[in-house]
Each structure stands twice: as C-alpha cells, then as structure tokens.
Ligand binder design. Structure first.
Ligand code: 13P
Length: 255
C-alpha cells in the first residue's frame, strides 16, 4: 500500500504575521521539487490569512491547530469549522497532547471536532500518544487504544481515508528525545491494526504521522518505517531551511 507522505509543521504559539510571511518566502523556493509529498503548515490563527495568501500559488496546504465542534453560537474566543474552511484551511490538528494536558481536551471532544471538520471538508489530524509514566508502566497500548477508540467515535468508514493520525509520545515532544524508529513503528503498527479493525481495508489507506523531536537528521530513518507515513513537526518547523530539509527527507543532499 503506497500512502502519500504527509509532512506537517505545527508552529504552536510561535510566529507573528511578519515572521510567518518571511518563513513562507524563504521556504517555498527551497521545496519547488517536493511534489511527491503533501506539505502542510499550521500557523497560529492570527497568521492563517497571511500564510494562506502566501501559499496560494503553491501546493503547500494550510492547517489550523484547533477548532470548536459547534457550527456557530455563543462560544467566546472559538472558531468554527466553516470559519477555518473560509480562510482556506484544508487540515486541522485536533487532540494535540498539549491541548489534552493543558486545556482538558477529552477524546470525546476530539471526536466531535473531527466529525465537524469532516462535515465541512477539512481533514482532521488526530493526535494520540502516551506519557512517560504510562509507557514505563506498560500501558502504552491501552492508552493509545483508548484514545483512538474515543477520538474516532462516530467517524464512518466512508470518511476514514480523509483522516490523518499523528502518534506523538508525550515524552518525545519538545524534549529532543525522539522515539527510536523501531519503537515508533511498534506503536504505529498497533495503530494500523486498530484502524483496520475499525475501518477494514480503508485502515490501510490512512496516513499515520510520527511527532516528537523530528529533525532534519532523524526524519529519514523515521520515514523508512513501514507504518510511518509522515511527521508532525514542532520546533524544527520554525526555520525554513530546517523544515525544507525535513519535507525532502528522501533527498540525500538535503539531509
Ligand atoms: P517537537 O517537534 O518540538 O518535539 O513538537 C512535536 C509536536 O508536538 C508537533 O505537534
């Protein structure tokens, strides 16, 4: 099964509008040849319009970092799926571990967001991953399995191929401690089995990204694993040169 690789930048709460514009100006000329992969950039909400406009003539796609599952209403500070669609988002990250840990996001809430996004034609990037304590007590599969079951509740088999999963072990995020490719593959394979159990053969078409301290010099080994179809990149996506090398992970001269 050939799944098209998908490399995504999660800028988190970094980059003002001027910095975002400079990034795109520096990034696009470096990736003109990268047509065999999907490239996605998730700026903060304040830079979505600026980055979207700068990406218009390119194949790089815009993503949001969060969404509200409701279509409209009295939800101060929130953005609806249709608002994100209007501004040009094709993808939206949901259930990032930072949102689960810091803002009380639950798998049930993530499922509602994913369904609402699919309803307006935005592909959700659904994040799962265990903490260090959960790993060390042998609960990785239980935790990730429960997150998958909860976060994908209500998604139909017809919609499944629009999904992207991201396995981000919490202990590898922003710590410089990347999971070894073999360790990541072990969990990706577990996720793949879950997806095939849930969505039958469509599970083989769903792309699963790895996230957690992905860098230009480790991305190739990670991408070489059979169930790893992409990367969700934080820190190393903030510099055009670094993220350009990551999306061109298969070009030896770029690593
Ligand atoms: P880092 O690449 O900075 O570890 O962040 C990973 C991440 O959380 C991407 O969503």
């Amino acid at each position: 099964m050939m799944r098209r690789p998908i490399l995504a930048a999660n800028w988190k709460m970094h980059m003002d509008r001027a910095e975002a514009g400079d990034f795109i100006a520096g990034f696009l000329p470096r990736v003109e040849q990268a047509s065999a992969v999907d490239i996605v950039i998730a700026p903060p909400a304040t830079a979505l319009d600026r980055v979207g406009a700068a990406l218009e003539q390119s194949s790089v796609q815009l993503a949001a970092q969060n969404v509200n599952a409701e279509a409209k209403g009295a939800f101060t500070g929130e953005l609806s799926p249709a608002m994100l669609r209007e501004i040009g988002c094709r993808y939206c990250i949901v259930g990032h571990s930072e949102r689960r840990a810091l803002y009380g996001e639950t798998s049930e809430g993530v499922a509602a967001k994913a369904a609402a996004l699919l309803g307006v034609g935005i592909r959700p990037i659904v994040c799962v991953g265990e903490t260090l304590e959960e790993r060390e007590t042998g609960r990785t599969h239980d935790v990730v399995g429960a997150q998958l079951a909860g976060s994908l509740a209500g998604i139909t088999t017809d919609q499944a191929t629009e999904l992207v999963l991201a396995y981000e072990p919490v202990w590898a995020i922003g710590t410089g401690k990347t999971a070894t490719p073999e360790l990541a593959q072990e969990v990706h394979s577990f996720i793949r089995e879950h997806l095939c159990g849930r969505f039958a053969s469509a599970g083989n078409e769903i792309r699963i990204q790895y996230g957690g301290s992905v860098k230009p010099d480790n991305v190739a080994a990670i991408m070489a694993q059979s169930d790893i179809d992409g990367a969700l990149v934080g820190g190393a996506s903030l510099e055009p040169e670094s993220f350009a090398r990551i999306v061109q992970f298969d070009c030896p001269e770029n690593t």
